[in-house]
Every structure is written in C-alpha cells, then in structure tokens.
Design a protein around this ligand. Structure first.
Ligand code: ATR
Length: 269
C-alpha cells in the first residue's frame, strides 16, 4: 500500500509545529502516512490544490495567507467554514475536495479547557481582521458573548468582516481602528482580549511588538494570544505584568489539529 500524504499549505511555514503534532498522531494510530510542510505562494496555490487530487493524498491544512483565497478552488465548503469565510482544513472524500474550518472549535475548546473561561455573557475585544479573526469573532458570538469589538489596522477590513456575519450576530459587534486610544477605550471594560494579528510572531516583521499598549491591560482580563511561537509573546508578557490571566496559542493549535486529524482519518486523535 502506498504511504498516505498530508501537508500544510501556506507561506512562510518555518515556524510551524503542525508536522510534529500531526505526525505523532499518525504514528500513534499506526497509520502509514507522512505530514509534510508544503510552502506555497499565491501563484502556486492553484497547482498545489490540484495536486491534492492524487490518490495518496488525504487532504491538507491551509494557513497564512491562503485561508480565504483557497475557497473557490475547492468542490464544496462546509457550512461553518462558509459562514466564517475561511478554510483551514481540506479533506478529500470520494475524490472531492471539501473545505472546513476547525479554528473556531479549537479556539473555544482551548479557552474553556485551558483557561476555564466561557464566553457566555462576556465582553470581548478582538485585534485583527484576517481569516483567524473571522473564526474567533464568529465563535465568540455563536457562543453568546455579550459583545465583540473588532479593532484592526485597516478599519475597512474589519467592516467587511462584520458585514459578512449572519445578521442576527452583527448587532453585537462594533468596529474601530487599532490604535492605542481605541485599546484604552474598549479593553479597559472588557473581560477578554484576543490577538489574531501577526504582531509578536517569531520570524515576522513585527516579532518584537505587541498589538496593544501595556497600559490598557488589567487584572480582570483574560488575554488570549493565538500566536503560538514564541510561547510568551510581547502581549502576554505585558499581560502577566499587569496581573491579567493569559492563554497562548498552542492549545488552540493542538485542538484545531485534533479536529482536522479526525476529519482526515476518521480516527480519534
Ligand atoms: P490570518 O488569516 O492568519 O488572520 P491575515 O489575513 O494575514 O492572517 O491577517 C493578519 C492580521 O494581522 C490582519 O488583521 C493585519 O492587519 P491589516 O488587515 O490591516 O493588514 C494584522 N497585521 C499584520 N501586520 C500588522 C502590523 N504591523 N500592525 C497591525 N496589524 C498588523
């Protein structure tokens, strides 16, 4: 039997821990398969997706910057992924490529299980408006957060994210530009601050920067940075100093990977 193949599609991928996590799950389950890094830029994406149709490929993970642009290249989109407008997992079933989003589930499960924090009746501020933000905002509203304030450097992108939400969720969202002043105004009265921007990420342009000023952080806040490398980002370091509770991005990565593994293999991770 040929060795099954899975991989992660994105660029850059040098910081990715997914191969370690997924390979361990394949080996533990006795599946003859490999999980590889498939660095792919925008020009190469269509050819890469076409390559998934080869028989030995089970599917792929999709990450920065392709979670939105991959959608029209697939045969079918799951309803949660369609609502969020972003795909992070491609599964092949009977030759058809189906797009899923496991970020929303992974995001919530990590917060509930690792920080003991439920979003119900909580006020949240989400920084960033990319594919990861779409999943987080939808998940928080779907799980009955009181309100979500979305702050982004490019405020038009935040507006687009809100406009795409189902009408019944849109009324609980607010948008503004990501500035120090906006952070002070909204974070000071929030229960939860989520960073989905790439600021603080190792090997990125803003790796030594925090998306929010330290002075807006406080003791009654959970600060959840979905950046997982480094484990303690500049934002989390400031949050610890301010006495806030903190959660890094590794549990979300693991939980979204658990859901993806189960979709690819049909076996519990
Ligand atoms: P993902 O799909 O993982 O969310 P993305 O779509 O590339 O990744 O989104 C990255 C996010 O980080 C965006 O919200 C981006 O802000 P813009 O929409 O204004 O581009 C944010 N981001 C990246 N670099 C930033 C910086 N130097 N300052 C502030 N925000 C930044």
């Amino acid at each position: 039997m040929t060795t099954k193949r899975l991989g992660l599609i994105g660029y850059p991928l040098s910081h990715s821990l997914s191969p370690v996590i997924q390979q361990a799950a394949l080996d533990y389950n006795g599946i003859d398969g490999v999980f590889e890094l498939w660095p792919t830029n925008a020009d190469e994406l269509a050819a890469r997706i076409a390559g998934l149709r080869r028989s030995e490929v089970l599917g792929a993970g999709v990450t920065i910057p392709h979670k939105e642009t991959v959608i029209p290249m697939l045969d079918q989109i799951d309803s949660v992924a369609s609502t969020i407008g972003a795909v992070n997992t491609v599964v092949k079933r009977r030759g058809r490529l189906i797009g899923y989003n496991t970020d929303a589930d992974g995001f919530i499960r990590a917060m509930e299980e690792k920080a003991g924090f439920s979003p119900i009746d909580k006020r949240a501020v989400v920084l960033g408006a990319g594919g990861a933000a779409r999943a987080c905002v939808w998940a928080l509203l779907d799980r009955e957060a009181t309100s979500v304030v979305l702050l982004n450097r490019t405020v038009e992108r935040a507006a687009m994210l809100r406009d795409r939400l189902p009408a019944e969720l849109r009324g609980r969202t607010e948008i503004d530009a990501l500035t120090d002043e906006a952070c002070h105004r909204y974070v000071s009265i929030a229960d939860l601050l989520v960073n989905t921007t790439s600021l603080g990420m190792l090997h990125s342009e803003g790796e030594d920067r925090s998306p929010a000023p330290a002075s807006c952080l406080h003791r009654d806040l959970l600060v959840y940075d979905i950046v997982y490398n480094p484990a303690v980002t500049p934002l989390l370091r400031d949050a610890e100093r301010a006495g806030a509770r903190t959660l890094g991005g590794l549990p979300m990565l693991v939980y979204q990977g658990v859901v993806a593994f189960e979709l690819w293999t049909g076996r519990p991770a």
